[in-house]
Design a protein around this ligand. Structure first.
Ligand SMILES: [Zn+2]
Length: 259
């Protein structure tokens, strides 16, 4: 049996802890899964009632014996009484430039926003300390209320939370919302020009080639109310399909209609 639990078990443990570490006063969303009743070395199992979601620090402390079996069961029970209204975390990637892949199209160095939706910016990079750039994303619902925001790499989910997947390596985040929408974000380093051409295609601009190595941010997105779906290799926008385009140095890389 593989020590890493199956997806369905992880999903149940994540739901149980409301997508945060189960230790008291810890709200870290980067989760690992601890076997404690019985511990893994006594029996290889993936039973939800003998496992608990913890952040890497508290997982290590649990392995070291910080909590008794009874106390860990108590922490599991306590999870059900906690109402985590908001979940937040952070990406630590700061770069001079990022290349954005959103729905199979590429966006680079667009000035105001990489992608805008009506009069709002949807995905953009902003200068932070010492000329480094950080990621920004904002999702609004029909009442113009923000339900998901990344502000200079710090993310917060405020409403409609159905599932949050965010592994401890801090390279990705996937959020499913109760309104049927989702967002997936990941950071990948592209080490050299040939890997870049492989990823982006031959039509990869000279500037991008010069600036390699480069960090790629991939964003998958479903916004049902706007008929927008950024899949792995293509963008479905209303009745149109777009893929393989590169937009650079424009005021806005892609302007999506509000309706
Ligand atoms: Zn913790």
């Amino acid at each position: 049996m593989n020590r890493y639990p199956p997806k369905s078990v992880i999903k149940q443990l994540r739901d149980e802890s409301k997508f945060m570490c189960s230790a008291e006063n810890c709200s870290v969303p980067y989760l690992e899964y601890h076997h404690f009743d019985p511990p893994w070395h006594l029996e290889n199992h993936h039973r939800v009632n003998g496992m608990i979601a913890l952040c890497p620090l508290h997982h290590r402390q649990a392995d070291g014996g910080a909590w008794t079996t009874k106390q860990l069961h108590e922490l599991k029970r306590r999870n059900s009484t906690i109402n985590h209204e908001e979940i937040s975390g952070r990406f630590n990637y700061l770069r001079n430039e990022f290349l954005l892949n959103a729905g199979g199209n590429f966006y680079y160095k667009n000035k105001y926003a990489e992608i805008a939706l009506g009069k709002n910016r949807l995905v953009w990079f902003e200068n932070v300390d010492e000329g480094f750039k950080a990621l920004n994303i904002e999702l609004f619902d029909g009442d113009q209320q923000t339900y998901f925001r990344i502000e200079n790499n710090s993310w917060k989910i405020a409403k409609h939370i159905k599932d949050v997947e965010c592994p401890p390596n801090g390279k990705s985040l996937k959020v499913d919302f109760t309104n049927g929408n989702f967002i997936k974000i990941s950071f990948v380093e592209i080490p050299d020009v040939s890997s870049l051409v492989n990823k982006v295609g031959e039509f990869c601009s000279g500037k991008l080639r010069q600036e390699s190595p480069i960090t790629l941010v991939s964003v998958g997105l479903k916004l049902k109310e706007y008929n927008i779906h950024f899949q792995a290799n293509k963008s479905l926008i209303g009745n149109n399909t777009m893929q393989g385009l590169i937009s650079t140095d424009n005021p806005v890389g892609l302007w999506l209609p509000e309706k």
